[in-house]
Structures are given as structure tokens and as C-alpha cells.
Design a protein around this ligand. Structure first.
Ligand code: HEM
Ligand SMILES: [Cu+2]
Length: 556
């Protein structure tokens, strides 16, 4: 190879040297103007972690209030604001952005591409999501955060009942961040369909890419109805329209249909990428290929389609017709078939493998055990007669936290522990990871398990206090203690992320002996990702390189 530097590269390294000497101002400039998918991915994840801490503090305040019956820690209005902001934050500004961030960072690397298909759209998506989040939080400064729940049921959002600006900030913030999410979805689809390395047919893409593809389609279909509904709320509030104003011929059901047509797919937007991440981690830490790749891919597609048609299982209690109840119950139950297929494929991947319990795999086990239980309570709730009894009770709160934290959060942690060495060039501390895992696992069971019981005992959700005569005290206290056990686990996690940047063991390019393309480049990857474009012959290109005597393409 010639040693003469390309003039462009010389110019670039000149700029880099300049940036180093100018210090933080230049670094700030670089990060705020970057269109590099890796930097954008990191910013998405950091933003989510900050919001996770904020949402966590909000949750702790609520649990403090509910520790004793008739407690007076925070009043009813503040309580309403807190559960609204907590739910909104966790769904829109923690769950989605952390998954979009990981997808942003990893997908081009896994596909053997140098960037996302539309780098500028990518940067736009991040900044506008962050702006949306800030807008929702600005409502605190105007005097009152929204008090409407993350689902914002009509007519509570109408001006008649809600005269603070909080709801307007909420609607605008979600509308704006939703535009960013749609941009991200378009970008993922274009990247996965159009930017794969030569030889990587759709049947050979890493499984995480499959799930990101379908999640993106879901975002594309689910977010616009929400956006439309938010515009309608703003019309009602600002321009005197009556879409959801029941007293003037509007319809509260309409809101629920529009919201849940978004809201139900949303829960799959939050879980499909996680299915993808654990499908990357489990094979590597079991030393086996992913069992039933084609079935897994088909199941992902099936889940994406079915989940678009089951939104009204959140509305059994609004009084739909018996026919609709039946349809939505049956359709919801059908989702458990492809989900079950996935579950058994993961088990079959582990079965007979050489399983190593390092932190990424530990969190996968957390994910598997918890997601199973959350799925079962979901099936229970999908049976309409059961839901009639427990809708709007703490049982539902137990169910969805069980899937969202047990499923989404545990799986996301598995992904973060898995890919951290690639992103930073350092290993995370395994000792701290185990502390993180066990405190979270035990605290989580203590927090959300008792919620199912208090729900069955009749405790409604969204109440700020209760009477001692109800006997809910004990279960609420267990829940609050569980939350206190969980809290240090997040602190340990964040500490590990930060401390390991300096003190972590230096990571080699491929610390887990893995098989996908991101592990072929350096840790952290250079700004152009790959020196030469990788060429792919199978689903495990790096295995083929390591085992030229027994490559995968002979079998696929
Ligand atoms: C087998 C799969 C699942 C089924 C059949 C199912 C079923 C249900 C049903 C029927 C409800 C409504 C309860 C009520 O309001 O009375 C519900 C609530 C909920 N589910 Fe699931 N679920 C499943 C999986 C998931 C997953 C994977 C997630 C998220 C990752 C999730 C998140 C939620 C949330 C956030 C709510 C509460 C919404 C609210 O009212 O604020 N579920 N689920
Ligand atoms: Cu649902």
C-alpha cells in the first residue's frame, strides 16, 4: 500500500488536531453538529439515561406517598402530575430513544455500512426528540405539569377540565418528538433495505436488523394516528374545536381508539428491538447459532401485523359491543402464538449449548424469566371477562411494568453490557454488573409482584392515597421497599458506565468471540466504520473468517 496520505484525510486530521487543542468548545461543536450515526446513537442513549433517572425519581416520590395510608407527602394534584410525567417520560423519552439509539449505533456496523442512509435526517431526529422532551418538561416552569396520565383520556384534556398550559406543552412535545421518531423509522428502513454489505441478502441480516425493520414499520404506522390525535387535542384546546368534547357532540371514544391504535403497537415498538438484542446475545453466550432463524423472522413479522389489530383490548370496559369484545380478545390471544414460537426458539438456542453467565447473558435470563410471566398476565387480561374485573386496577400496573421493565429494560441492559466494549473500547466491571442484576431482579419482583395482589384486592390505579381499612397497606409497603431495593441498582449501573470509561479493562475488537460484522472493526470503531467494505457469505460472517475450514455458508 502507498503511504502517501490522501489530501482530504490530511485536512481532516488537521481539523482533529485543532479540535483537540481548542478543548471542550470544539468538542461541543463537534457533538452538536455531528451526523455520524455512532455519535448520534450515543447521544440518544445518554438522553434516555438522563430521563430514566428523572422518571425514576418521579416514581420514588409516588411510592413514598403510597407507603402509608392517608399519607400527606404530596397532594393529589402533584401526584397526578407525577404519574403523567413518569409514564410519558418512560415511554417516549426513555424506552423509544434508548432503542433507537442502540439501533443507530449498531445497525450500520452490523450491516457493514459506513453510516445510516440519511445521516442528516438522523441528526434532525435526535435533536427534535430531545427538544420534544424538553418541551414536555418545560410545563413544570409554567406552573403545572399535565395531570392527564400518559394516555391522556378525553375529556380530561379538554380546556373545561384542564386550564393549565401543561397539557398543551405535553401535546406539543409528543407531537414534535413523534416527528423525530418517524424520521428515525424511515432511516432504519432505508438503511436495512438499501445499505447492506455485498452478499448480505435479507435472509442473512443479523436478527437485530429484522426486528428493527418491523419496529420501524410499526412506528411508521402507529405514530401518525397519535400525531393526528394530538393535533385534534390542540385544536380543541386552542381553537375551540370539539373533537373530544363530549358536551358539544365530540367523542371520548374517538380519542381512545386513536390513542390505543398507537398505544398498543407502541408496546411492541418497545419490545421487538429487545427481542432482536437478546437474539444476538443468546447465541454468542450459548456458543450456538440462533435456533430457527426463519421461524423467528416470520414470528417477528406476524407479531408486527397482529399487534396492529388488537388495540381495543385496552378498551373492553368502555362498553363496546359483544362482537368487538370477542374479536379483540381473540386477536390479542393470537399474539401469544408467534411470541411463544420466539420463546421456545430462544430456549432451543440455549439448550445443549455451552452457556456462559457473563453479564449480557445474565440479563438475557432475567429477560426470559420475566417476559414469560408478563406475557402470561397479558394473556389473562386479554380475556375480556377477566379484564372487566381487573381493568384500571393495580394488576394492570403490575402487568405492564412486568413486561416493560422485565422485558424491555432487562433486554436493553443485556444489549448495553454486550456492546459497551465495542462503543468505548473498555470492558464494564462484571462484579458491578452482577450487583446491578441481582438488586434489580430482587427489587423488581418485590415492587411489581405485590401490585398484582393489591390489584386483585381491589386497589384502583392512579389513586394518591387509600384508607387503612382496605388492607392494601402491606402490599403497598412491600412495593415501596422493592422500589428502594431497585434504586441502588440503577446507580451502580450508571457508575459502572462512567467509571469503566477510565478504569475498565481495555477491550479487544472481539471480546466475546462473536460472529457479526460489528466485531470485525476496531473498538471503538473509526468514524468510517470499515476500512474496506466487508463481503458476506452467511449469517455469521465473522465465524466464516475464523473457521475457514468449516464456514457457515456450507450449511445455509
Ligand atoms: C402476550 C402479549 C400481551 C398481551 C396479550 C397483553 C394484553 C394487555 C391488555 C389486555 C391490557 C389492558 C389492561 C387494561 O387496561 O385493563 C394491557 C395493558 C398494557 N400492556 Fe400488555 N399485553 C401483552 C404484552 C405487552 C408488552 C410486550 C408490553 C410492553 C413492552 C405491554 C405493555 C402494556 C402497557 C403499557 C399496558 C397499560 C396501558 C395503560 O392502560 O396505561 N404489554 N396488556
Ligand atoms: Cu395492548
Amino acid at each position: 500500500m502507498a503511504t502517501v496520505d490522501h489530501p482530504q484525510r490530511l485536512a481532516r486530521s488537521g481539523i482533529a488536531a485543532d479540535a483537540a487543542s481548542r478543548g471542550w468548545a470544539a468538542a461541543l461543536h463537534e457533538w452538536t453538529t455531528t451526523v455520524d450515526h455512532k455519535k448520534i446513537g450515543i447521544m440518544y442513549v445518554l438522553m434516555s439515561l438522563v430521563f430514566l433517572v428523572i422518571g425514576g425519581i418521579e416514581a420514588l416520590l409516588m411510592r413514598w406517598q403510597l407507603f402509608y395510608p392517608r399519607a400527606e407527602v404530596i397532594g393529589p394534584n402533584v401526584f397526578n402530575q407525577l404519574f403523567t410525567m413518569h409514564g410519558t417520560t418512560m415511554v417516549f423519552f426513555v424506552g423509544m430513544p434508548i432503542l433507537i439509539g442502540i439501533g443507530n449505533y449498531m445497525l450500520p456496523l452490523m450491516l457493514g455500512a459506513r453510516d445510516m442512509a440519511f445521516p442528516r435526517l438522523n441528526a434532525f431526529g435526535f435533536w427534535i426528540t430531545l427538544f420534544g422532551g424538553l418541551l414536555v418538561y418545560l410545563s413544570f416552569i409554567t406552573g403545572a405539569a399535565p395531570e392527564i396520565g400518559w394516555f391522556a383520556y378525553a375529556p380530561l384534556t379538554e380546556h373545561t377540565f384542564d386550564r393549565n398550559a401543561g397539557t398543551d406543552f405535553w401535546a406539543l412535545g409528543l407531537l414534535i418528538s413523534g416527528i423525530g421518531t418517524i424520521g428515525a423509522a424511515v432511516n432504519f428502513i432505508a438503511t436495512i433495505l438499501g445499505m447492506r454489505a455485498p452478499g448480505m441478502t435479507m435472509r442473512k441480516i443479523p436478527f437485530f436488523a429484522w426486528t428493527m425493520l418491523w419496529t420501524s414499520f410499526q412506528m411508521l404506522l402507529a405514530i401518525p394516528p397519535l400525531t393526528a390525535a394530538l393535533v385534534m387535542v390542540l385544536f380543541d384546546r386552542q381553537l375551540g374545536a370539539h373533537f373530544f368534547d363530549v358536551q358539544n357532540g365530540g367523542s371520548a371514544y374517538l380519542w381512545q381508539h386513536l390513542f390505543w391504535f398507537f398505544g398498543h403497537p407502541e408496546v411492541y415498538i418497545l419490545i421487538l428491538p429487545v427481542f432482536g438484542m437478546v437474539s444476538e446475545v443468546i447465541p454468542v453466550f450459548s456458543r450456538k447459532v440462533l435456533f430457527g432463524y426463519e421461524f423467528m423472522a416470520a414470528a417477528t413479522m406476524a407479531i408486527a401485523f397482529i399487534s396492529l389489530g388488537v388495540w381495543a383490548h385496552h378498551m373492553f370496559c368502555v362498553g363496546m359491543s359483544r362482537t368487538l369484545d370477542l374479536y379483540f380478545a381473540a386477536a390479542s390471544l393470537i399474539v401469544s402464538i408467534p411470541t411463544g414460537i420466539k420463546f421456545f426458539n430462544w430456549l432451543a438456542t440455549i439448550y445443549g449449548g455451552r452457556v456462559s453467565l457473563q453479564s449480557p447473558m445474565l440479563f438475557c435470563f432475567g429477560f426470559l424469566s420475566m417476559f414469560l410471566i408478563g406475557g402470561l398476565t397479558g394473556i389473562m387480561l386479554a380475556a375480556a371477562p377477566f379484564d372487566f374485573q381487573l381493568s384500571d386496577s393495580y394488576f394492570v400496573v403490575g402487568h405492564f411494568h412486568w413486561v416493560l421493565i422485565g422485558g424491555t429494560l432487562f433486554g436493553t441492559f443485556a444489549g448495553i453490557y454486550y456492546w459497551y466494549p465495542k462503543v468505548t473500547g473498555r470492558m464494564l466491571s462484571e462484579r458491578l454488573a452482577h450487583w446491578h442484576f441481582w438488586l434489580l431482579y430482587i427489587g423488581f419482583i418485590l415492587t411489581f409482584g405485590p401490585m398484582h395482589v393489591s390489584g386483585i384486592l381491589g386497589m384502583p390505579r392512579r389513586i394518591y392515597t387509600y384508607d387503612p381499612s382496605r388492607d392494601w397497606e402491606w402490599w403497598n409497603q412491600l412495593t415501596t421497599i422493592g422500589a428502594l431495593v431497585q434504586t441502588p441498582s440503577y446507580a451502580i449501573f450508571v457508575y459502572n458506565l462512567i467509571a469503566s470509561l477510565w478504569k475498565g479493562k481495555p477491550a479487544v475488537d472481539d471480546p466475546w468471540d462473536a460472529w457479526t460484522l460489528e466485531w470485525t472493526t476496531s473498538s471503538p470503531p473509526p468514524s468510517y466504520n470499515f476500512e474496506t467494505q466487508p463481503i458476506v457469505h452467511s449469517r455469521r460472517p465473522l465465524w466464516d473468517l475464523k473457521h475457514p475450514d468449516d464456514p457457515d455458508w456450507q450449511y445455509e
